[in-house]
Design a protein around this ligand. Structure first.
Ligand SMILES: Nc1ncnc2c1ncn2[C@@H]1O[C@H](COP(=O)(O)OP(=O)(O)OP(=O)(O)O)[C@@H](O)[C@H]1O
Ligand SMILES: [Mg+2]
Length: 241
């Protein structure tokens, strides 16, 4: 469902992503972890069609994101690391705005918005302006908005930053629920305990290169760390490069 082929981004001063290839199957939850500056956000921006690769390609459900950006974006629910919200809108108005952008059928839009706001515990705030929302509420609204057009693939850059434990669990359960309905999830995170719990497979990126990939057990084999927790495996893998 997701295929990155020799994906490269050279900013001139920095080779942020270097010949990265990976694939993610339908309904799989793929965790993307790596130190600060490793190239996670750059990769995710290329997947969402926000920036152009220097070389290589991103194929989503058989569609090349850079050749057919609109068709590809129809398939993708995109949650950037620093989302932009029109804060003078209410939560409900924001969902209507995003729904319009994605051509969500007007008849469905209100019901879908209501359902999502309830699912993300935001229904009581539906008619309040976003300015009045806490950070975690804004984060949940952004994820809800990304789900409005029933994407086949969710691409999420650090969804858990600033969320309280209950909200982390809520988002985790929602992502698991999506995967159970065959939505493919690609998620970057620094919350390794969560990655361990949530993801079917994990890719470790370091200095723009995929240095290891697999289940936690497979990563343990690669790092020769026995049955260690992901945090120790990660630190070992990154230290070795
Ligand atoms: N627009 C840009 N111009 C030049 N260099 C950039 C640009 N964006 C990112 N970089 C560089 O590319 C590298 C990868 O950055 P990126 O934001 O992809 O890392 P990351 O893995 O998301 O890190 P973090 O965990 O801190 O979010 C870094 O060295 C960064 O300084
Ligand atoms: Mg980042």
């Amino acid at each position: 469902m997701i295929e990155l082929k020799q994906l490269t981004k050279d900013y001139g001063t920095t080779l942020a992503v270097d010949n990265l290839s990976l694939s993610v199957a339908t309904g799989e939850i793929y965790g993307f972890i790596g130190p600060n500056g490793a190239g996670k956000t750059t990769t995710i921006r290329m997947m969402g069609g926000i920036i152009e690769p220097t070389a290589g390609s991103v194929i989503i459900a058989g569609i090349d994101v850079h050749k057919e950006p609109v068709a590809a974006k129809n398939m993708i629910g995109f949650v950037p690391d620093r989302p932009f919200l029109y804060e003078k809108l209410t939560g409900m108005e924001f969902l209507k705005f995003i729904g319009d952008l994605y051509h969500v059928d007007l008849q469905d839009l209100y019901h879908k918005s209501k359902e999502l706001l309830k699912q993300f515990s935001l229904w009581d705030w539906a008619n309040e302006i976003i300015e009045a929302y806490s950070h975690g509420m804004k984060q949940r609204l952004i994820i809800a908005a990304a789900l409005l057009h029933d994407p086949k693939v969710m691409v999420i850059d650090e969804p858990m930053v600033g969320l309280d434990p209950e909200a982390v669990r809520m988002v985790r359960d929602i992502l698991k629920g999506l995967a159970a309905q065959n939505v493919t999830v690609f998620v970057s995170t620094h919350t390794l305990s969560l990655a361990e719990d949530l993801c079917d497979r994990i890719g470790v990126i370091h200095k723009g290169t995929l240095i290891a990939e697999g289940t936690v057990a497979e990563l343990n084999l690669a790092a020769k760390t026995g049955e260690a927790r992901l945090e120790e495996v990660f630190l070992t893998l990154v230290r070795e490069v």
